[in-house]
Design a protein around this ligand. Structure first.
Ligand SMILES: [Zn+2]
Length: 297
């Protein structure tokens, strides 16, 4: 009897082993440079992918530098997507470092999916702040991902269709800005040029650069801007979330204007990574504050 029980036990254990579910499901990893890319790829790739964001929370992407761990991640990546060399200025150097170790990496420069406008010697990298340009980027990057991952094509195309629909709705909402009485908006750095041009507005940046780090704010320009703001009876100045506001504070005091916030998506907090439709949510907040500050109907 004992022998039979032992055999039965052995048989049960053996069979449990047989039916044990295979947990090694296909879950490819896409590495992305910064939050503006993450917020699209999360929607387009969906649950089947593991998306690794290199930019750390609480750090503005303009100031982010990859560490040794990030380089290790890139060494093992199959797909890496970055915004452009004008925003993720570290990306090309990092890719050079891993060139010998990872020949199979597929590198996607997002700016190749859109046109960047030029001012002086610089190109404006902030394409993601225009819902129109972001839709174009999202559409093209999704198509690229279907060739990287043909086995997940159906899922990616389904996600793409859903996201593009949301972006088209967002673009329609933003057209309300065309009715604003105030056409100029004053902000920290030149991040919203594409958005302004899409909806007939003009951005007036306190730091006249595509880089918020530019410390070369000439006093002459600063006082000209204050004069202009006073002449236009400015009521609101926009601060940027996650960026030191020192010079903007002086501007707000000098022009006696109240402060509203704009989100450039260059900065994020850990909870943002878990939120669904984070791009849509953040851009709707931007729209709300723009309408509030620019006297829109
Ligand atoms: Zn910027």
């Amino acid at each position: 009897m004992r022998k039979i029980l032992f055999l039965l036990f052995f048989f049960l254990v053996f069979c449990l082993g047989c039916i044990k579910k295979d947990t090694t499901t296909f879950s490819p990893t896409i590495v992305v440079s910064s939050f503006p890319i993450y917020s699209a790829i999360k929607e387009l790739a969906g649950e089947d992918f593991n998306i690794v964001l290199l930019q750390k929370p609480f750090v503005n992407a303009h100031f982010y530098e990859p560490g040794a761990k990030d380089i290790e991640i890139l060494k093992n990546a199959s797909v890496f997507i970055y915004t452009s060399e004008y925003f993720d200025v570290w990306a090309k150097k990092a890719l050079n470092l891993i060139k010998q170790k990872n020949n199979n990496i597929s590198v996607i420069d997002a700016s190749e999916f859109t046109t960047l406008s030029q001012e002086g010697n610089s190109l404006d990298p902030h394409f993601w702040l225009s819902p129109k340009k972001y839709a174009l980027f999202s559409s093209k990057v999704a198509d690229q991902l279907t060739s990287n991952y043909p086995q997940l094509k159906t899922q990616i195309l389904k996600n793409k269709e859903k996201f593009l629909k949301k972006l088209a709705e967002l673009d329609r909402d933003f057209t309300q800005l065309k009715n604003c009485k105030q056409k100029n908006f004053f902000l920290s750095h030149m991040a919203f040029g594409y958005l302004a041009s899409d909806y007939n507005l003009t951005q007036k940046a306190i730091i006249r650069s595509f880089e918020p780090s530019s410390s070369e704010v000439s006093l002459k320009y600063f006082f000209t801007l204050i004069k202009e703001a006073k002449e236009q009876n400015l009521k609101v100045v926009y601060f940027e979330i996650g960026y030191p506001q020192k010079i903007s504070k002086i501007f707000a005091q000098e022009t006696n204007s109240t402060v509203l916030y704009l989100d450039t998506l260059e900065y994020y907090e850990p909870l943002d990574l878990e939120q669904k439709e984070i791009y849509i949510t953040k851009m709707k907040k931007n729209l709300y504050n723009l309408k509030k500050g620019l006297d829109c109907e």
